[in-house]
Design a protein around this ligand. Structure first.
Ligand SMILES: Cc1ncc(COP(=O)(O)O)c(C=O)c1O
Length: 371
């Protein structure tokens, strides 16, 4: 990173978010990293062609790497980063992954297994004994914690150690927790993966992904392989998207602090609402899942009755979103039909509550329309 005089180890996350990835402080230099739009570079420099590198990527990667405590690589999307990270498993290898991983992760695992490229063992990631048993002879642990959308929490240090005992690579999708809530590399993981689209970028205006690898022998090998994968498979980030994500990241601590406080407040109020059957909230972060009466129809009714909350997929932006996850055919059948995922934003919490409570109150106790 390029903060003069200070090493990232000396800085709190808020200071890293604001200061990392900036230009060297020389007279006349811009305070912000440049948006470099070029496909090629004058010969004989460190990078020849922009599929291999870009100064705007470097600025973003310096900032995210400093925050997670490793070396970051930016990808075109979270899915591109997932595809790259899964390529670390050997051909025909065994991958252990959560039953309720993000549904795109579930689909790519299913596709790779169907093509005979790997064997996939899906387990409840919050059941440490079951995951440890499934890791027998495994090549890669894919952890996600909390999971999307069931919000199950994994015992990462124990699972990572169990993976390493088997010689398996430990990867963690840290999208939900964000590096502010959890730093898997410090817990022993080899690779962290992010959908930068969510909290890191934070404004629902870009699709972007990243990996961050540990500063260990295994981590450095993984970095080289991921970097080669990006160069050759070509799922590269646009400089504009990367620049926007870096700009969004500068305020992540403020956004996440406010959104998490709103989520904690709303989770408590939701638990006392007569039309809420169950609240899932891991006690940290800005995502809450609720179950409402009336099955799929009841949940759809609530999602479409809100005015401040937007009925939309995705999460981690400044605006509050609500969605019934089972609308997506790829969502596992063990996710309840009536589950609504709430991505809590940074609006006024009383306004959010009034809107949600009024949408919920369109349900009777059994989910039928009231009035
Ligand atoms: C936990 C998690 N991981 C990965 C992804 C995929 O990221 P992207 O949509 O940026 O490709 C998502 C997207 O919703 C997600 O929620």
């Amino acid at each position: 990173m390029r903060v003069d005089h200070l090493h990232p180890d000396d800085l709190a996350p808020a200071s890293i978010l604001v200061s990392a990835g900036r230009q060297p402080r020389v007279p006349g230099a811009g305070v912000n990293a440049p948006l470099e739009l070029t496909s090629t570079y004058v010969a004989d420099g460190p990078v020849n062609y922009a599929r291999g590198g870009n100064p705007t990527w470097t600025a973003f990667e310096d900032a995210l790497g400093a925050l997670e405590g490793g070396a970051a690589l930016v990808f075109a999307s979270g899915m591109a980063a997932i595809a790259a990270a899964l390529s670390l498993a050997p051909e025909g290898g065994v991958v252990v992954a959560p039953t309720h991983a993000y549904n795109g992760t579930g689909v790519i695992l299913q596709d790779l297994a169907a093509a005979g490229r790997m064997t996939v063992r899906r387990v409840d990631i919050s059941d440490t004994a079951a995951v440890t048993a499934a890791l027998q002879g495994a090549d890669l642990l894919w952890a996600e914690s909390p999971t999307n959308p069931m919000l199950e929490v994994a015992n990462l240090p124990t699972l990572i150690a169990a993976a390493h005992e088997q010689g398996a690579t430990a990867v963690c999708d840290n999208t939900f927790a964000t590096p502010l809530g959890q730093q898997p590399l410090a817990l022993g993981a080899d690779v962290v993966m992010h959908s930068v689209t969510k909290f890191l970028a934070g404004h629902s205006d870009v699709i972007l992904g990243a990996t961050v690898t540990a500063d260990t022998d295994a981590g450095r090998v993984a970095y080289e392989r991921l970097s080669h994968h990006r160069l050759i498979h070509g799922a590269i980030a646009g400089p504009m998207e990367t620049w926007l994500a870096l700009r969004g990241m500068r305020t992540m601590h403020l956004r996440v602090e406010r959104a998490s406080a709103n989520a904690a407040d709303l989770a408590g109020r939701l638990a006392g609402h007569p039309c809420v059957q169950r609240v899932r909230y891991p006690g940290l972060g800005a995502i809450v899942a609720i179950e409402v009466p009336g099955g799929a129809e009841g949940a759809e009714r609530v999602a479409s009755a809100t005015r401040l909350w937007t009925h939309a997929t995705s999460l981690g932006g400044v605006e509050s979103l609500i969605e019934r996850r089972r609308r997506h055919a790829s969502e596992p059948l063990t996710v309840p039909e009536n589950l609504l995922r709430l991505s809590v934003g940074v609006e006024d919490v009383d306004d959010l509550w009034r809107d949600l409570a009024s949408a919920l109150s369109t349900l009777g106790g059994d989910g039928t329309a009231r009035g």
